[in-house]
Design a protein around this ligand. Structure first.
Ligand SMILES: [Ca+2]
Ligand SMILES: [Ca+2]
Ligand SMILES: [Ca+2]
Ligand SMILES: [Ca+2]
Length: 501
């Protein structure tokens, strides 16, 4: 993903860059997360930063702020002075994170050819359209009674859903009342198989005192700091439409970015079952909260992740599905991502289960990665509330790209050639199939939503359990798989059939 080049290895290095006056925009070394000791100190700092043209964004919890400092700011106060200031508790880079897909074009000649086309000098007729502008996000459909009956025609294409026995317990529960936040690139909230299962913020639905629809009245009716946040929020572009923008297919091929990553994840958590349309998710009556913080290029920052986590927890999500992170060279110092750690700790304290993709062998660059030795974050953080997920194929082999770790990765779930909902009211197991290049939906990204859905299903049947107990039940009911023995905590794969027995 080319992110390692943008990484700031340590704050000390960032300081050095500034002292040398050599900070380049590409390193984003003025893009920081700062934890203050109290709210008063934030006020003073904000005033100072803004006077020098800097941007300060309060992150809502834990006295963290996201700061973009200007050169003018740093003449007033160097990074070293900020770090040593008595009101400052911690300073760190706003670490980048990315989605856990698995595709990268390594054929140099083909790359050159496609780059030529992206640059606009190629045959325009063969050049697919660019991604939609954020302003073109479709309107959010209003909630109505769920529509359609009958079998889901593509259920047989969901080998994973059948393998885990997702539908064996739907007579008991379908995950009703459970809210699962899909923290990702957004969701195609107009999709026929997802629209009826979207979470609806009760404080932003219905009519206000003037008889206007609260979801579109331009008022923060529930006072949570977000205007018209009816199905979630878009922290990438700060709007109420967390739509999953499709990337340019050529860029997708070049850079391994999966357009519609969040939509694909959402489908396996909770696409509507028995509506005569498409597929079914593991928990087919769950409420999907659409949290967008990764852009259509699959990239995001720690600040966006924290905002999405805090929002989801505050608004009632019990399960967070996280198919993103940093790994390999990206994460050499991400263990010290205190801001992200604290957000996960807040989620844990609120009783939330944090399901996380184990990662794809250093962004698909290296394979067969043992995260006990080379951690990927947040999946490798050692918290009781984190459930780390590897990818397994239909033939019971570990995905060739999938991270593993007998201490750090808990369980495997379907993650190779995974069929699900895709942007534009579609369904597929194929990301791209053009110019003789075919890539399928493979990744620990794809495995993670299966486990998030399973957690929601089990929790809805056992509502008094804690997150730790739900996690234990999922791990204890795993089906042993020879290829996973000695590789994962459970040595096995998800079995919803066993879990719900
Ligand atoms: Ca609101
Ligand atoms: Ca409103
Ligand atoms: Ca948007
Ligand atoms: Ca369906």
């Amino acid at each position: 993903m080319g992110l390692s080049g943008r990484m700031i290895k340590t704050v000390a290095m960032a300081t050095t860059l500034f002292v040398g006056g050599a900070a380049s925009a590409a390193t984003d070394s003025n893009d920081l997360l700062i934890k203050f000791k109290d709210a008063q100190a934030i006020k003073g700092f904000t005033t100072m930063a803004q006077q020098g043209g800097g941007q300060v964004e309060t992150l809502g919890s834990g006295n963290w702020v996201h700061v973009k400092l200007t050169a003018q700011n740093l003449k007033t106060m160097t990074l070293k002075e900020i770090k040593n200031h008595p009101a400052v508790a911690s300073v760190q880079p706003n670490y980048p994170v990315h989605l856990m897909e698995n595709y990268q074009l390594k054929d140099a000649a083909l790359r050159a050819k496609l780059q030529h086309m992206i640059d606009g000098s190629g045959n325009a007729a063969n050049k697919p359209a660019k991604s939609t502008a954020a302003a073109d996000n479709p309107a959010i459909p209003s909630a109505g009674p769920a529509s359609g009956t009958g079998a889901d025609p593509d259920f047989s294409k969901q080998w994973g859903m059948n393998d885990i026995g997702a539908n064996k317990s739907w007579q008991k529960t379908r995950g009703e009342q459970m809210i699962v936040a899909v923290i990702d690139t957004g969701v195609d909230y107009t999709h026929e198989d997802l629209v009826d299962n979207l979470w609806r913020n009760p404080g932003e639905t219905g009519t206000d005192a003037q008889g206007r629809d609260k979801s579109t009245n331009g008022v923060d009716d529930d006072g949570n700091g977000f205007i018209d946040d009816v199905i979630g929020w878009d922290f990438a572009t700060n709007d109420n439409k967390p739509y999953d923008l499709a990337g340019d297919p050529l860029e997708v091929i070049m850079k391994g970015m999966n357009p519609g990553h969040g939509t694909h994840c959402a489908g396996n958590v909770g696409a509507r079952a028995d509506n005569g349309k498409g597929i079914a998710g593991v928990a087919p009556n769950v409420k999907i909260m659409a949290m967008r913080f990764l852009t259509e290029k699959g990239q995001g920052t720690t600040a966006g992740a924290i905002q999405a986590i805090d929002y989801a927890v505050k608004m009632g999500a019990k399960v967070l599905s996280n198919s993103w992170g940093s790994e390999g060279e990206d994460s050499s110092d991400a263990q010290e991502n205190l801001a992200l750690r604290e957000a996960i700790q807040r989620a844990e304290a609120a009783g939330v289960l944090f399901v996380a993709a184990a990662g794809n062998g250093h962004s698909g660059v290296g394979y067969d990665n043992d995260t006990d030795a080379k951690p990927g974050y947040p999946a490798s953080y050692d918290y009781d509330s984190i459930l780390s997920v590897a990818a397994i194929a239909k033939d019971n082999t570990l995905g060739s790209f999938s991270n593993w770790g007998v201490k750090s990765v808990d369980i495997a779930a379907p993650g190779v050639v995974v069929y699900s909902t895709t942007v534009g009211n579609k369904y597929s197991d194929t990301v791209v199939d053009m110019f003789g290049i075919k890539a399928t939906w493979d990744g620990t990204s794809m495995a993670t939503p299966h486990v998030a859905g399973a957690a929601a299903l089990y929790w809805s049947a056992h509502p008094t359990l804690t997150a730790k107990e739900v996690k234990a039940a999922i791990l204890n009911s795993a089906t042993p798989v020879p290829a996973l023995a000695g590789k994962l905590v459970t040595g096995g794969k998800l079995s919803v059939e066993n879990l719900m027995r």
